[in-house]
Design a binder for this molecule. Structure first.
Ligand SMILES: [Zn+2]
Length: 402
């Protein structure tokens, strides 16, 4: 087996031996501070955060309901103790539709074997996928009304807060999810589930008794559904100022060096492959898993793969119900703009290309992506992804309890 970047994990294990006993009465009997932190995640809290996000409907970018959701997320982050919230601003000005239709481009010859977006090979039954743009497909009149305002081009912002590392404030991991959605539902799964995961981790890491050696940035991307515009803007604005202290000599790092970027996108629903007649199992399948993907066709593929296996091991150690699996075709998500500059992975309910792309999530961008669609077995898959990322990042950043 190849050498993996386990130095940080080993460091934490050593620190564990001298850590004080768990402080809270409800905390598990353990000397592992990471296990104590993971125990501070809770299914009902995770569900409540998703539910809170759904009050803003589908949170489509470029609308008042989207801006209200950004404000709400910022207020929540502050209430968790992640008080240094900031916003990245950018312009979203999509090209107008062409006046003169361009000549038809001949379709490329079909790949043999067939290839999904991201590079994987699709197998088995497929169903149609697409984006719902029909308001009347939403049967709930209140939700139809809530989602009625159309998107307009213009300025956008997205919110983040940062846990500052005690000894390495100049280095950080970025933990992300996109807060915007589409499809005339509540964007409960895509991506309220990932947004709530990031917010819950911000809550746990911001507790006053938690210290990390390295920094962690919790960021809720906007404009994912329009083409990753929020994360692209972040990379464009920040990649050249990484690791600089400003003002020079101040010891303050507005943009610490990037150590890894971890995206969370659709965390709830793994009911398996569509049946031959196009219907789905109504229940979460017992063998549901958290899909950790890196992109083999990226400059830092070896580093990203190594990061993926750190998460896989954290899942084995800390996730209570569902396992993880690692794949090499990360695509169509906010970690992609980062993947040539820093180790980058995504966590998801299914593989994005071969499975979501083949119709494994019938709520995807549909009016049915509402809170009421999901059961505790679904929400628990998202909680297990939260346990996975919390365990991995606590190890990588050297988290301890004071
Ligand atoms: Zn998404």
């Amino acid at each position: 087996m190849k050498k993996c970047p386990l130095d940080a994990v080993v460091f934490v294990l050593v620190v564990t031996l001298v850590a004080p006993p768990a402080f809270a009465q409800s905390a598990p009997q353990t000397d592992d501070p990471i296990r104590v932190l993971v125990s501070r995640l809770d299914l009902e809290r995770y569900k409540a955060t998703i539910k809170g996000l759904t009050q803003f409907g589908d949170r489509r970018q470029g609308t008042q309901r989207n801006r209200a959701a950004v404000d709400w997320i910022e207020a929540q982050l502050k209430s968790y103790g992640c008080t240094n919230t900031e916003r990245l601003t950018y312009m979203f000005q999509p090209a107008p539709p062409a006046v003169v239709p361009s000549p038809p481009v001949p379709a490329p010859p079909a790949a043999n074997p067939p290839t999904s977006v991201g590079g994987g090979r699709p197998r088995g039954n497929r169903t149609r996928t697409g984006v719902n743009n029909d308001p009347n497909a939403q049967p709930d009149p209140k939700l139809r009304e809530l989602n009625a305002e159309a998107t307009v081009p213009g300025p956008r912002d997205e919110v983040y807060c940062t846990k500052i590392g005690a000894t390495r404030p100049d280095e950080m991991y970025i933990i992300g999810a996109h807060m915007d959605g589409i499809g005339w539902g509540e964007a409960a799964n895509d991506d309220g589930s990932g947004t709530a995961l990031v917010m819950e981790l911000a809550r746990v890491f911001s507790a006053p008794d938690v210290q990390t050696e390295r920094s962690i940035r919790f960021i809720l991307w906007n404009n994912e559904e329009s083409g990753l515009n929020g994360s692209r803007a972040y990379v464009a604005q920040r990649r050249d100022s990484r690791g600089q202290d400003q003002p020079a000599g101040s010891g303050k790092y507005p943009e610490p060096k990037w150590l890894g970027m971890i995206q969370h996108d659709m965390m709830l629903f793994d009911h398996g492959m569509p049946r031959p007649d196009g219907t789905m199992s109504p229940e979460q399948r017992p063998e549901a898993d958290v899909n950790i993907e890196f992109q083999s066709n990226s400059r830092l593929a070896p580093e990203s793969q190594a990061l993926a296996w750190v998460f896989y091991r954290a899942n084995e150690k800390y996730a209570t119900d569902y396992p993880a699996s690692v794949g090499s075709h990360m695509t169509n998500t906010d970690s992609n703009p980062f993947m040539d500059d820093v180790a980058a992975i995504s966590l998801r309910e299914n593989e994005r290309g071969t499975q979501i792309g083949s119709g494994w999530d019938p709520q995807w961008h549909q009016p049915t992506d509402v809170f009421a669609t999901y059961t505790d077995k679904d929400f628990r898959l998202g909680l297990n992804a939260a346990q996975t990322t919390l365990g991995a990042i606590a190890g990588l950043t050297g988290a301890t309890l004071k």
